[in-house]
Design a protein around this ligand. Sequence first.
Ligand SMILES: Cc1cc2nc3c(=O)[nH]c(=O)nc-3n(C[C@H](O)[C@H](O)[C@H](O)COP(=O)(O)OP(=O)(O)OC[C@H]3O[C@@H](n4cnc5c(N)ncnc54)[C@H](O)[C@@H]3O)c2cc1C
Length: 468
Amino acid sequence: MYNKLSEEILEGFKKIIGEKNVIYDREKIIDYSHDEITLKEFYNLPEVVLKPNNNLEISEILKICYREKIPVTARGGGTGLSGGCIPIYGGVIIDFENMKKVIEVDKENFTITVEAGLTLKEFYEIVNKHNMFFPPHPGDESATIGGLIATNAGGARAVKYGVMRNFVKEIEVVLPDGSIETFGGKYKKCSSGYSLLNLFIGSEGTLGIITKATISLIPPSEKIYTLIIPFKDLGQGIKVSPLIIQKKIIPLAIEFLEKNIINLVENYLNKKWPCEIGNAYLMIMVDGTEEETLKTSEKIAEICSENGALDVFIIEDEKRQKEVLDMRSMIYEALKSNTLEILDITVPVSKIYNFVYEVKKIEEKYKTYIPIYGHAGDGNVHTHIMKGEFKENKWVEIENWKEKYKLVKDEIHIIGKNLNGILSGEHGIGLLKKEYLSLFFSEKHINLMKEIKKIFDPNNILNPGKIF
Ligand SMILES: Cc1cc2nc3c(=O)[nH]c(=O)nc-3n(C[C@H](O)[C@H](O)[C@H](O)COP(=O)(O)OP(=O)(O)OC[C@H]3O[C@@H](n4cnc5c(N)ncnc54)[C@H](O)[C@@H]3O)c2cc1C
């Protein structure tokens, strides 16, 4: 299907980006064979990793790859959880390490324009320095702006302000034939034909390579508080979340977590969760002026106390709040050694309880361990399919985990579909979820997506084998 790289093509790349930015030694490219997924059977090496310095160099690289039919996969931080940046047909990886420039801080329009390789951590630093606020908080801050846009990442703080899509104003993209296009702009309204900007957000590197983005920010809130609310069981906690929203309180984040997962994170990070009582928790973040934040926290405390909360811990100290958010973000890492796969099926908020309840029945049926936690405020639930369970301070292998894996995965997806959910709320389809696309979308729907892919990428060189 694809051509291999010849000496001549490699020489061409060296001329464009310089010899030191063309890497093909096996030991040096081994880490590019995977992202954060754990299933090694999906790992695959690229033939070469290229580290271009700007959009024009990417354009020249793509012109060659388009002509020679060489597959090209963009890689940001490699923090993806669906195998999105794995080069399954080999070929070229484009690494954005040398593309981290901050191009413009526009204080009048409250936007910052950066190159796609800037990491989330670096982006937060710039945003804070200019006294602005960027609400999305996907858990791993080594993700890049390009990767966050390409997956339409979300994270814990999406309830009030939304996900990446709500903050991307403009992108510069290199198309497969090497042409450079800009989509979107700093304007607030647009009714001008199809939104190609939105088509690129969440397109997982299959339509074009994002090289630059203008991101909108908001003024920082005077205060953010984090509330930790323990419950006797998870069901009670989950049922409270819609009640909070029904009372017209929209927090920054509403997360649900079980104690056994928190214990694992405590163990993994050697840090303490703010409370020990209860078997399940809601972690709620609220923002506003000092007065608003306090008042909202009190209202939430009242609703929760009336509905089974064992206590309410309000954390005001910024450093401690960050620690708690980090503990939440590190759940994946704490479970990773025994995780086969993390799913991120998203259901309507009113159906989270049903989803969790049904997943618990599967856990029971297959005598397995399915840690379940996630974003109670937006219905995005993370379920881990495991090969081990942490018992008495060590991981113990689950009996027949290999046979159970596919059966459990199938059943969880069917539950998600039956509850009017969607396959992925934030991680993307990548490699691991594509077999379930036809469960959630009609044939016509999938064919329309395939036709769009063909229009942008007739030679199918960009991240082939992903999504479909
Ligand atoms: C501990 C942990 C916690 C996480 N928590 C969250 C969370 O809360 N919410 C969430 O949404 N995600 C979360 N993730 C997943 C991950 O961080 C996101 O999917 C992130 O957006 C990936 O960014 P990246 O730069 O690492 O992209 P990569 O993994 O490198 O690539 C992801 C996809 O984007 C494409 N891509 C990358 N750069 C570009 C570009 N410049 N142009 C075009 N396509 C490109 C790739 O080809 C691939 O398809 C978490 C991951 C980990 C490990």
